[in-house]
Design a protein around this ligand. Structure first.
Ligand SMILES: [Zn+2]
Length: 224
């Protein structure tokens, strides 16, 4: 799952118009943003095995801190409380917490059974939608399209940066997705980690776009 998570982040703007798209992306992708650092520190492990699934050659051997259900609930709580303290926006805090959890839920649909319930748990969750490219696309593409449309409706560009920055981000995410699906497997787990770290730039990009767009009247009315 890649663009699906970003789709959910985009779509959440309709629920919480005051929260920047950057924060929504940060929450929806939080555990995947944490994961590269844990890989580089050696605290978590991934193996590359071409053909492991139809969609990705990555085998998630050990990732209890970023991807066990218990840890994800903890990260969600942390994200919510941090936002609440910083912005005093209860709705925004709840939406961000739910977004962090949504990541695990969507991963659980596509991953092979490799998501532990808690660190050290022998019970692993995963419905293996990644065993089929058509099923994965049927899940992820509508999620992304719907989310991007919802963000487009919930916000209006203030200027050309707001308009074209958003369009370029959508095109860029689709490009990365297609590259991941059809490109060669990554050379090493270290390379995966560094590509993963580059996702922080997407969060910054989203913050920048959101500064160049304002909440549409429709979205503001829905909140009132
Ligand atoms: Zn993940």
């Amino acid at each position: 799952m890649f663009i699906g998570h970003f789709g959910v982040g985009f779509g959440a703007k309709a629920l919480a118009p005051k929260v920047s798209l950057g924060a929504l992306f940060l929450a929806a992708q939080f555990v995947d943003l944490l994961w590269p650092t844990l890989l580089l520190l050696g605290a978590e492990r991934v193996r590359i095995e071409p053909g492991a699934t139809a969609v990705t050659p990555l085998v998630f051997e050990h990732y209890p801190i970023s991807h066990s259900l218990l840890a994800v609930l903890g990260w969600a709580l942390l994200a919510s409380l941090t936002y609440l303290l910083l912005r005093r926006d209860r709705l925004g805090a709840v939406v961000l917490g739910v977004l962090v959890i949504s990541h695990w839920t969507l991963d659980a649909i596509v991953h092979r059974p490799d998501l532990p319930l808690f660190p050290g748990s022998a019970t692993v969750i995963g419905l293996s939608a990644w065993s089929s490219v058509p099923i994965t696309l049927a899940l992820e593409v509508p999620l992304f399209v719907l989310g991007a449309l919802m963000y487009g409706r919930a916000t209006t560009p203030k200027d050309a940066s707001g308009r074209w920055g958003f369009a370029a981000l959508v095109v860029f995410l689709v490009g990365v997705y297609v590259g991941n699906l059809f490109g060669p497997p990554p050379p090493s787990s270290e390379a995966i980690a560094w590509v993963g770290q580059s996702q922080w730039l997407l969060v910054l990009w989203a913050y920048w776009i959101d500064r160049h767009r304002h909440a549409s009247n429709r979205a503001q009315a829905a909140v009132r």
